[in-house]
Ligand binder design. Structure first.
Ligand code: GZL
Length: 334
């Protein structure tokens, strides 16, 4: 065989070996997980399992995350669970079977998700917890949690009340509208509030029941509180503003003045709370900031870029009172 032909064949064989080696290294880099390159130009397919649309806060949080995912050029697969755990489990399984690159998940309650999160891990799909956490020991089942410190929110609500009524000598009767039973915010906001009032025995929670974070149920439960002991209610502590706003209607229909006869405390700092405070019907709201969508997408992109991701990212929050409401309401983002 002529030497020239041999050289051509040798060169072609060498090129083929080099090209196949190059492809195989891409396949390794393209594996799901800590790699930016998922066989595309960095565009990710992100499954987002959201609790529901139960409150103003949730609506703002959904928009913040959806807009951030789309503005970053990624593809969004969205599921609204209507506050039902079984809907979240089936949504996550659907994301797994679709082979999404990442899952964003706000668990409606803290327990019952370990199996499906293990299935996501086994499929090599990273999970990012947004807003609410899960009560699972194996924290390898999620990359990170971004959201609020609900215990601190409960403490801040109680600290404001203790300070507000520091000159009041008698007992203070508090009724509590809890959030969704078993949810992280309901468990922790109760825990933080009780931790602070434990050091001030004049404050007593005399009635406590879930209003499931909705206005309708907040109004209904407040009506029952008023029917059973309306003349002896000094304070309402609601785990979110939507329940507080529903309760305000019940207080007015009962013939009392919310914000005066009954001190009204909420959490979230949504626009509805500022409107109620401007009207003098609500006294304080503890901020729970839902606008962390851009931060969340940065965390997801950092993960795929192979960067170190903290296990928890807390969002900054404040407390807003009735006398501040008129000045601040026009600047509120949600
Ligand atoms: C808190 C969030 C809660 C809000 C409610 O981060 O999970 O759920 O406080 C919402 O308004 O329903």
């Amino acid at each position: 065989m002529k030497s020239g032909l041999k050289l051509i064949i040798f060169t072609l064989l060498t090129l083929m070996v080099l090209l196949s080696a190059c492809n195989s290294s891409n396949e390794v880099d393209g594996a799901k997980g800590n790699s930016k390159d998922n066989g595309s130009d960095g565009k990710l397919v992100i499954g987002f399992s959201q609790v529901g649309a139960e409150s103003e806060w949730r609506t703002a949080n959904t928009k913040s995350i959806q807009d951030a995912i789309k503005n970053a050029g990624h593809e969004l697969q969205f599921s609204d669970a209507q506050q039902r755990q079984e809907n979240q489990i089936s949504a996550i399984r659907s994301f797994i079977s679709q082979g999404v690159d990442a899952i964003v998940f706000s668990p409606v309650v803290e327990t019952g998700f370990e199996t499906v999160l293990q299935e996501a891990k086994d499929a090599g799909i990273p999970v990012f917890l947004a807003d609410r956490s899960v009560d699972i020991d194996d924290d390898s089942l999620w990359v990170t949690f971004i959201g609020s410190n609900f215990v601190e929110e409960g403490r801040n609500a109680a600290r404001w009340l203790v300070d507000e009524m520091s000159d009041y000598d008698g007992d203070v009767s508090i009724v509590e509208l809890q959030g969704t039973v078993g949810s992280a915010p309901a468990i922790d906001r109760k825990k933080g509030f009780e931790e602070i009032i434990a050091d001030h025995p004049k404050f007593k929670i005399t009635q406590s029941q879930t209003g499931n974070f909705t206005r309708t149920e907040g109004q209904e439960v407040m009506e029952s509180f008023l029917r059973s002991d309306g003349e002896n209610i000094d304070v309402l502590y609601a785990h979110n503003d939507d329940m507080a706003i529903g309760a305000i209607q019940a207080i007015e229909e009962y013939g009392l003045k919310p914000g005066e006869d009954v001190i009204v405390i909420g959490v979230d700092a949504v626009r509805g709370a500022f409107e109620a405070m401007v009207e003098g019907k609500m006294n304080v709201t503890v901020e729970c900031n839902p606008m962390f969508g851009p931060q969340l997408v940065d965390l997801i992109e950092d993960y795929f870029a192979g960067k170190e991701i903290p296990k928890r990212v807390d969002v900054e929050e404040d407390v807003y009172t009735m006398d501040q409401a008129a000045d601040l309401i026009d600047s509120r983002e949600y």
